[in-house]
Design a protein around this ligand. Structure first.
Ligand code: G3H
Ligand code: 13P
Ligand code: ZN
Length: 284
């Protein structure tokens, strides 16, 4: 099956009230595991590549791996640029075959973020590539900031309304209390803010930093309009945990396949669980 755009998947999810899992990938094993999990659940899935993934594996390797996996799959698959930082990179990803891009202008002043997002939309729309934008600053769990400082970086609902009206972007990543990486305590999400943003914008909302957010909170966020849920850290933890176990149990092992194979198998299971959590099947 050819790659589909994220907007296409999110429109369908929006009609039915569920969310699509967007899983970060960096290598062949993770690509294979994500697609195996989606096939097993018979659910659409988004594979996404971060800045780190692109510099680690190379854009052409990522596109090549995901295209091969998608060509064999029976479920719809999207390839998405995660936190794109420059117009040039967006162009490179579209040319390479990505079906969706995120342009993350959240560090820019509002009007500059709008102008850059419009520039990206102008080249992406004509070739059927969808665009995700970010408003507010999501940040990382390692950021050393107080709760008050953290809230000051949250997405402002009125600003979100203005941003979406000015750009017509396909989906919006919001800052409502999640952060990238491993949480030290339990994350507290500002769900009333999410509800307000959704009501004022009407667009599918993207939740970043979703690893470590309790299942019940994820379900509630989906009920309030989250349609794309980004997961990376949970994959890293499980993948490396399984590798570590294999090495500790078999210290003489020198065949990388004997270490990476079980790691690949281990992440299939957690990705399946996430897909079930985000999908209608679980939402009885
Ligand atoms: O959004 C951030 C990703 O979870 C990780 O990014 O691959 O560049 O470390 P990275
Ligand atoms: P986590 O690594 O916290 O799951 O966040 C992933 C993400 O938001 C990628 O953009
Ligand atoms: Zn993110």
């Amino acid at each position: 099956m050819a790659l589909v755009s994220v907007a296409h998947l999110l429109q369908e999810a929006d009609r039915e009230g569920y969310a699509i899992g967007a899983f970060n990938t960096n290598n062949m094993e993770i690509v294979q595991a994500i697609v195996e999990a989606a096939e097993a659940e018979q659910a659409p899935v988004i594979l996404q590549a971060s800045q780190g993934a692109i510099s680690y594996a190379g854009l052409d390797y990522i596109t090549g791996l995901v295209s091969i996996a998608a060509s064999r799959a029976t479920v719809p698959i999207a390839l998405h640029l995660d936190h794109g930082t420059s117009f040039a990179q967006v162009v490179q990803c579209i040319r390479s075959g990505f079906s969706s891009v995120m342009y993350d202008g959240s560090k820019l002043p509002l009007e500059e973020n709008i102008a850059m997002t419009l520039k990206v939309l102008e080249i992406a729309r004509p070739v059927g590539v969808s665009v995700e934008a970010e408003l507010g600053k999501i940040g990382g769990t390692e950021d050393d900031i107080t709760v008050d400082e953290h809230e000051a970086l949250f997405t402002d609902p009125e600003e979100a309304k203005y941003f979406v009206k000015q750009t017509g972007v396909d989906s919006l990543a919001v800052a409502i209390g999640t952060a990238h990486g491993q949480y030290k305590g339990e994350p507290r999400l500002d769900l009333p803010r999410l509800e307000k943003i959704r009501a004022l914008t009407g667009v599918p909302i993207v939740l970043h930093g979703s690893s470590g957010v309790p299942d019940e909170t994820i379900k509630e966020a989906i009920r309030l309009g989250v349609r794309k849920v980004n997961i990376d850290t949970n994959i890293r933890e499980t993948f490396v945990g399984a590798m570590r176990r294999e090495i500790e149990n078999n210290p003489q092992e020198i065949d990388p396949r004997k270490i990476l194979g079980p790691a690949r198998k281990a992440i299939v299971e957690i990705i399946r669980e996430k897909i079930r959590l985000f999908s209608l099947k679980h939402r009885t």
